[in-house]
Design a protein around this ligand. Structure first.
Ligand code: HGY
Ligand code: MN
Ligand code: MN
Length: 421
């Protein structure tokens, strides 16, 4: 692919203003965002996004899982669109950049092309993927996974949250009606801009992360069963304390992940005591695990070691347990040609950069299974994300959007390349 056009730049102030304006949807007193997927707040930001896209001359479609596709026509409507975008949902303690930066940077690219009166050969598509976060409904990135066929639409529509509300009901409640079947939207290539959500770029004083792929992920749902009994009358040796068992599991997760370090990470992110009471020994707990590593073989090893640790803890404490693998995402490489294009674009823009693998999962990790895909990272302060203190600078967001603009322009005007074998 040719080199990027160097003279076009986004309007960084306009991008920043859109980021700050949309931060109002789900804003928390601590300055973060709580905008769970398909919540009323998500509905508000989706309406804002659709109105802004339509005001920029895009036509917006919605698939059966609520994913929004905003299309800017190209000169050659027979070419598959070059796509960008990300997500608009957040974690409960989310920040103002995770996901929405990539989605609004796509809008800023279109606004810049409109201002410059530039028409691309291939169409440009901006996507807001439903439920990237996986917090309200598991798994994460479920809509882009369904788009590429990893899950059926029916399976995802039936997923329920902790209150038993299904994805289908949540879509209904927001009045989100499909205009196209899931997976029917053609995409020729996908480039996603995102904050790094880790400390590397900032520590190395780099503006751009040239992302070569995503690491592998295991998500487990687990239970531990002991025996409820009186907190005052049950001698310590006679207890079957489910939560004390879970405490040992949490330490085992940390030990096992460290043993496979430095790349492996392990988190026990949710723990719920069934029928909690100050003066009852916990008899039932539910928990979830998130395990990641760039190596598939390491994920297998950690899976086996976790099960062995659980069996030992439960055996010694006379507890029952279950551990179900509910999601496995294989490590995924991004398209070397687009990765190299991003790297050349960063050089041509004079942006310090480095190659890296994404620690977080992204919708791009699913798209990469089907179409040429890559990602651009920009730093976030102290590497903090999934935290209300998440922060990025206007300069870095603008630099990332400029590189996204150059990359999309090059891809959309490149000679038509045959589909990957
Ligand atoms: O969990 C993840 O990696 C993503 O940020 N949802
Ligand atoms: Mn994200
Ligand atoms: Mn996230």
């Amino acid at each position: 692919m040719g080199t990027a056009r160097h003279n076009l730049r986004v309007d960084g102030a306009r991008l920043w203003s859109s980021l700050m304006e949309t931060a109002a949807f789900g804003a928390t007193p601590a300055g973060g965002i709580n905008r769970l997927t398909l919540s009323p707040e998500d509905g508000q930001v989706r309406d804002w996004f659709r109105n802004a896209c339509e005001a920029a001359g895009l036509t917006v479609g919605t698939d059966e899982l609520g994913t929004q596709f905003a299309l800017r026509p190209g000169r050659d409507s027979t070419r598959p669109p070059v796509a960008t975008g990300s997500h608009l949902d957040t974690q409960p303690t989310g920040g103002r950049f995770d996901g929405i930066l990539g989605t609004l940077a796509g809008l800023e690219v279109v606004r810049t092309l409109n201002d410059a009166g530039i028409e691309t050969e291939a169409p440009i598509l901006i996507v807001n993927w439903t439920n990237e976060e996986g917090s309200r409904y598991a798994p994460a990135t479920m809509a882009s996974a369904a788009h590429v066929g990893t899950f059926t639409t029916a399976d995802i529509l039936a997923r329920t949250d902790v209150d038993g509300v299904s994805v289908a009901d949540a879509l209904d409640k927001l009045g989100i009606a499909a205009t196209e079947p899931t997976g029917s939207r053609t995409i020729g290539a996908f480039v996603e801009l995102h904050i790094e959500q880790g400390p590397i770029l900032e520590a190395e004083d780099k503006t751009i992360g040239v992302v070569e792929g995503g690491q592998g992920i295991l998500w487990f749902d687990g239970t531990i069963t002991g025996f409820e009994s009186h907190a005052g009358t049950t001698p310590m040796p006679r207890r079957r304390d489910a939560f004390a068992g879970l405490a040992e599991v949490a330490l085992a997760v940390e030990r096992i992940a460290r043993a496979h370090g430095p790349s492996a990470v392990g988190t026990l992110g949710e723990a719920v005591i069934g029928a909690p009471s100050r003066n009852v020994i916990p008899g039932r707990v539910r928990f979830t695990l998130d395990i990641r590593d760039p190596r598939a073989a390491t994920l297998d090893a950690i899976d086996a070691e976790l099960r062995a640790a659980l069996a030992e803890i439960a055996g010694r404490r006379n507890l029952g347990f279950t551990l179900d693998l509910v999601w496995r995402q294989e490590p995924v490489p991004f398209d070397p040609g687009i990765v190299a294009l991003i790297e050349r674009g960063a050089d041509s823009l004079g942006l310090p950069h480095r190659r890296m693998v994404s620690g977080a999962s992204h919708d791009a990790c699913n798209l990469a299974l089907k179409v040429p895909t890559a990602m651009i990272f920009v730093p976030c302060k102290d590497g903090i994300s999934h935290n209300e203190a998440e922060s990025a600078t206007q300069f870095d967001c603008t630099a990332g959007a400029d590189l996204l603009l150059q990359t999309l322009l090059t891809l959309a005007n490149a000679p038509v390349t045959p589909p990957r074998a």
